[in-house]
Design a protein around this ligand. Structure first.
Ligand code: FES
Length: 224
């Protein structure tokens, strides 16, 4: 299982063994064309970590078999209190009115409001936002939503492609690589395709009209 390892400087870019290509989408816009990078992991095992620190972080990996590496603030995972800024306009902070009901997901990065640092140093921090009628959200999803807005990791749990497409018929997220489908109203449940597990959900809250992160991803970000 390849999961987010922020200590690995290669992880957010193109680790050894990965092939990275750009792609265009049938129903995506400029945002999707710019963001999506297909990642095919051929090797490598990551270790999921969640660190909450200020400034640089360090962690000894695998009991000294690998050197201590640093985690830059840009690679730290989202944490409670973070804001969300648009992936393509990182001066834009998400508010409840930015996310329209029943529309395709949009992409955002966490932003530490204390330091102003956008956590865009790894694609594993890329977050999907979508909005639904709160009454339509499942019991495991509703407590983590804010005004019907839900947040999920954009990293497909199959082979780590970006889940950038939208199944308009069912209002599901669609991964363009091998067509896995995820239901954002039902805890990111897999509705089709080869993905082995749901998309990790990111709890949200509201500070006035501003969307905030209420906690870290509830499950490990990454792919099998
Ligand atoms: S990477 Fe294969 S379905 Fe998403």
């Amino acid at each position: 299982m390849a999961t987010y390892d922020p200590r690995d400087d290669n992880a957010p870019e193109a680790p050894a063994g990965e092939t990275e290509t750009s792609t265009q989408h049938v129903d995506g816009g400029d945002e999707r064309r710019l963001i999506e990078r297909r990642r095919f992991l051929q090797a490598g095992v990551g270790i999921t970590v969640a660190l909450t620190v200020t400034g640089l972080s360090a962690l000894n990996v695998t009991g000294g078999l690998r050197p201590i590496a640093t985690i830059t603030p840009e690679k730290e995972p989202p944490q409670a209190g973070d804001r969300l800024v648009a992936a393509l306009d990182q001066t834009k902070t998400a508010t409840r009115t930015d996310i329209l009901d029943g529309r395709p997901q949009t992409m955002w990065y966490p932003n530490n409001p204390k330091t102003g640092i956008v956590k865009n140093g790894t694609d594993f921090n890329l977050v999907l936002l979508a909005r639904f009628d709160p009454a339509s959200l499942g019991p495991d999803t509703a407590p983590h939503a804010a005004a019907g807005i839900v947040a999920y990791s954009a990293v497909c749990t199959h082979l780590c492609c970006t889940v950038s497409d939208w199944d308009a018929k069912n209002a599901w997220f669609l991964c363009p690589c091998h067509h896995s489908l995820f239901d954002p109203r039902a805890d990111g449940k897999v509705m089709g395709g080869p993905a082995p597990r749901p998309l990790p959900l990111l709890p949200l809250a509201l500070d006035g009209d501003t969307l905030t992160v209420a906690g870290g991803f509830v499950t490990s970000v990454g792919c099998s």
